[in-house]
Write a protein that binds this ligand. Sequence first.
Ligand code: AHR
Length: 528
Amino acid sequence: MKPIAKKFRTVLLAATFAAGLSMPALAKDAAVEVAIDTATTGPVIDKHIFGQFAEHLGTGIYGGVWVGKDSPIPNVRGIRTDVVTALKALKVPNVRWPGGCFADEYHWRDGIGPADKRRVQINTNWGGVPESNAFGTHEFMDFAEQIGSEAYISVNIGSGTAAEASAWIEYMTAEKDTTLAKERAANGHPAPWKVPILGLGNENWGCGGAMSADHYVEEMKRFANFTRNFNPAQREGAARMKRIAVGWDSDKLDYTEEVMKAWSTHVYSWDIEGVSLHKYTVGGGWPPVRPATGFGNDEYALMIADTLTMDTLLKKQKAIMDKYDPAKKLLIAVDEWGAWLAPTPGSNPGFLQQQNSMRDGVIAALNLNIFARHADRVKIANIAQMINVLQAMILTDGSKMVLTPTYHVFKMYVPFQDAQFAPVKFAAGEYTVGDRKLPRVDAMAAKDKGGQVWVSLVNVDPDAGTSVMIPGFRSASGEVLTAPKVDSVNTFAAPSVVAPKAISGKAAGGGVTITLPPRSVTVVKVSK
Ligand code: AHR
């Protein structure tokens, strides 16, 4: 990926537009009115926008998920128990695996069969370290099952063949007595697995083979045709496997354009269900150099401004897709997003290890709110990445484990999974850091299947608290995540510096008022 610098003005306009109001001159101490329109039926916020990404990269898999069956670290069939317990609480809807760039060098046969016979290779993308293939298809599916999640498998278009990818999907999903189904059974899993989401390559403009957009489209069509899912439970309707073609990366539009153009005249033999978009928050420049800790308000504001450009990118991708697909048959999968910062000092730079601060929590909430506002098209998203890599949920070191601020935000957002988006109107206001101006507040609301209304309120301002008034409701209760500083982190020694606390609102003047601390993310259920 290659990020683009965006000017503050774009960010401000994006936030204003999202709120549906013109930017007011809001006094800093005035309560922000957040009006929830529960009468309008919005799109469902697909649970799959809360997906995760687990690549063979650094200690994301080895150490983070897989410790091996003989490890002194408590595990079930080699998969660490503490991590599984923590992830279960997030109700992770899907896990994208095995990459990333790794996917386009992955050959699935290297990762099945007796562990001591598996090919040891070099992980050329990530640190040049040996890849044992100890964690392969069976181990990944076991992990997904243990955390109650589903598989998002990325097939190798860059260095693989359509025949190889086709055989892999058959191996995973064939129920009948085929040679591959028998081989799967002999390796310990007689029943077919489900593969609900299939990635057709990854970043094939770059690490996935440096293909031009039209060359990728020709390859992608063959893979879309021949990767057949044989699981009888996935043949019809909503359960059918969704194939995701590679779309654009930050400022590159050609992939989305070419893929959509091809799809608009596609013949019976191939189809896709979605197009991806990758966008990392890096704060400008490449490779990423922004610090994960020890930063102040300027640095905080720079990253917030960058992350808010996700909205602009989605609008651009949607405009292209609307041109070829006005009926919105195809979805957007933002299958890589999150903060990409300078690596932790002393770590292998190829392992993309970074700390996770209160700022990451705010970044996570702002992006999830943007995805919810685009729920008509954005139906899959995968934060990069799950454990020990980039904007992770969990950090581990040997037997130690700590939950990050991003983890807490994902847990607080569980009620939004498959809830119905309810438009909100609010005046975001603004705060200023140097010559940078940003929206002070962000809000998003939805109604769950039981009719309960939930609201997310982000106080982006790093210094000032604010109060929010929600007209028409009398009570609000839930959790707030804040921290002493924007760069506060959780460590193995101090794991609860950034942890959610209970919060409730007070009924007054025709609504409920909630006081938001500075630099905070709040999720409350509101009742009349
Ligand atoms: O998430 C790390 C890498 O970022 C992925 O492997 C690649 O797809 C992207 O460039």
